[in-house]
Ligand binder design. Structure first.
Ligand code: S5P
Length: 261
């Protein structure tokens, strides 16, 4: 299955160019770490991209929380991505009808499609959310992760929602690069990736806000993650660079253990 195959082998089985590129970056940098750069100023966002960039395969933004957004910020992010060899994922969680998401993806203040290699999508509207996003892309060097299951307490992503969402995923292998989930996904295609947030070395949860955390080892070994998303565990650490190095080392060791067992 996907879980026992090395990323190098899976890169050759990717059904879209972004998944292939991401898998190759993971192998080259020995990193299955995605940082969730949830900061509210452009200077903090760029500082993170420049300092933790060398240790991540994927840099995840919530661009709408940045107070001083500008086109220049995007140019700086793209330059950092190029310099440190990581992809950009805008965690927009598109969740509307196809026509609306095509506009949200390509227009407005952020013009996400023009710079983000990847985006996240809620499949709740049905398949049209994917065809809508695809319609906004001229060539397909863009892709998405479908959020099939959430990390938060009391989430509404039931087993039947997850399996219906997986069907949508299988129908669009040219645009879908994988799924966001918490339990080993039934990805029958080794060219697709499982992205798993809710990862921390220190915390179990964030109190009343609902986030639930697992250890780096558990998300890779037990929960089927290919890439782990770490936000506050790195961003709010006393030394974010040291934290990024530690998460990267632990996550990659867990992956190596998984493929060798
Ligand atoms: O189910 C989910 C899906 C996502 S994309 N749960 C999540 O927490 N996320 C995102 O992962 C969330 O939007 C945030 O950016 C990150 C987790 O951040 P942390 O600070 O809790 O590690």
């Amino acid at each position: 299955s996907r879980l026992s195959l090395p990323f190098s082998v899976r890169a050759d089985q990717a059904t879209n160019p972004v998944a292939a590129k991401l898998l190759k970056i993971m192998v080259a940098k020995q990193s299955n770490l995605c940082v969730a750069a949830d900061v509210t100023s452009a200077s903090k966002l760029i500082a993170l991209a420049e300092t933790v960039g060398p240790y991540v395969c994927l840099f995840k933004t919530h661009i709408d929380i940045v107070e001083d957004f500008s086109a220049q910020l995007i140019q700086q992010l793209l330059a950092a991505a190029q310099k440190h060899n990581f992809l950009l994922i805008e965690d927009r969680k598109f969740a509307d009808i196809g026509h609306t998401v095509s506009l949200q993806y390509s227009h407005g203040t952020y013009k996400i499609c023009s710079w983000a290699d990847l985006v996240t999508v809620h499949p709740v509207p049905g398949e049209g959310v994917i065809t809508g996003l695809k319609s906004a892309v001229a060539d397909l060097h863009r892709g998405c992760f479908i959020v099939v299951e959430m990390s938060s307490a009391g989430n509404l992503t039931t087993p039947s929602y997850i399996s219906s969402s997986m069907e949508i995923c299988k129908k669009h292998p040219d645009f879908v690069v994988g799924v966001v989930c918490q339990t080993p996904s039934t990805l029958n295609n080794p060219g697709l990736l499982q992205l798993t947030p809710g990862v921390s070395l220190d915390c179990q949860n964030d109190g009343e806000l609902g986030q639930q955390y697992n250890s780096p080892e558990d998300v890779i070994m037990l929960r089927g993650a290919d890439i782990a998303v770490v936000g506050r565990g790195i961003v709010q650490a006393a030394d974010p660079v040291q934290a990024a190095q530690e998460y990267r080392t632990k996550l990659w060791a867990a992956y190596e253990k998984r493929v060798s067992s």
